[in-house]
Design a binder for this molecule. Structure first.
Ligand SMILES: [Zn+2]
Length: 313
């Protein structure tokens, strides 16, 4: 994703916290799903590692009771080349719920560490946070949905989990003479071409870089524009769970991420939960570098994000 502009605004009005029960979610389990993805190696589109990981996603989501489909298509990449895209869609229907929520994350690893030192530019990003973390939280959400169903618990919404491919193939920073537009988020751009999805979702949540120790999530600007009521609902839920140290009630800049294309094309109110560094207002130090590895993953952060998502289901 790219950062269009950053301006951390002031905090919102004071609000009384209403402590709520912590929904079932295992940060340990989510952590193991990060490890599993890293075990494949970087999930760069067009590689065997990517292929193997897709097979694992499909099997795993089916084992959790999801109705799984792979949406396959072709998009043009930064270099003007055709790029095969595979999005994984898993549907979890509740018995009586009428609303439907979209939960999504990208799973591909960026082929270049273009924010790293020059000797690493042509190395893929391990993508523990920027790829595996959001998916890992959603895999654990899927497992929890299965538990809830088995226990006869009522779900407030039907859930579609969508794992996007080719989010992170945007033009490498070291290639200065390419000015092609919309080179990021190829998977969600493909998905958003399906106009039959219009009206299917009441709202949605995108997770991106949600596993780092002490991660901070701000109210991202496109999310505020497209779905401010849902941003507020989710940030309030986080505060009620005691997670306002992660979910900061302050505005951040606009980030061109998968939610931007989905919201624009399909008019789905969708929010992005994404890590920005509170002091610099930009992405964390490990972003698009070799350092985005398992060292940058903390179970406590996965736990917080997972509980906040589960509180909405
Ligand atoms: Zn990225």
């Amino acid at each position: 994703m790219t950062l269009a502009l950053v301006a951390c605004g002031s905090g919102a009005k004071q609000r009384t916290r209403h402590a709520i029960d912590h929904p079932a979610f295992s940060g340990d389990s989510a952590y193991s799903y990060v490890e599993k993805q890293l075990d494949f190696g970087p999930r760069v589109p067009g590689t065997e590692e990517h292929d193997s990981c897709v097979i694992w996603f499909v099997d795993k989501l089916r084992s959790f009771g999801g109705e799984v489909e792979v949406q396959e298509g072709v998009m043009v990449d930064y270099a003007g080349e055709k790029q095969r895209v595979r999005n994984i869609v898993a549907r979890f229907d509740a018995d009586s719920a009428k609303s439907r929520i979209l939960l999504c994350a990208h799973y591909d690893s960026r082929p270049w560490c273009d924010e790293d030192t020059e000797d690493s530019w042509y190395q893929p990003v391990p993508a523990a946070n920027d790829g595996a973390s959001g998916v890992a939280v959603l895999m654990e959400v899927a497992r929890q949905l299965q538990h809830k169903k088995a226990n006869g618990e009522r779900l407030r919404a039907n859930v579609d989990i969508v794992l996007f491919d080719c989010e992170d193939m945007g033009t490498p920073r070291f290639l200065k003479d390419i000015d092609r537009q919309d080179t990021w988020c190829l998977g969600s751009q493909l998905w958003a071409k399906d106009t039959s999805l219009k009206g299917r979702y009441n709202w949605g949540i995108l997770l991106d870089m949600v596993g780092a120790p002490g991660a901070t999530f701000y109210r991202e600007q496109y999310s505020e524009q497209m779905a401010s009521a849902y941003v507020q609902k989710v940030w309030y839920a986080a505060a009620d769970l005691g997670y306002d140290n992660f979910f900061r009630d302050q505005q951040a800049g606009a980030i061109v991420d998968d939610h931007y294309y989905i919201g624009k094309a399909l008019s789905i109110p969708i929010i992005d939960i994404i890590h920005l560094d509170g002091t610099t207002g930009t992405f964390p130090f490990w972003w698009h570098t070799q350092q985005d590895d398992i060292q940058q993953i903390d179970r406590a952060t996965l736990q917080a994000v997972g509980e906040v998502v589960m509180s909405q289901l």
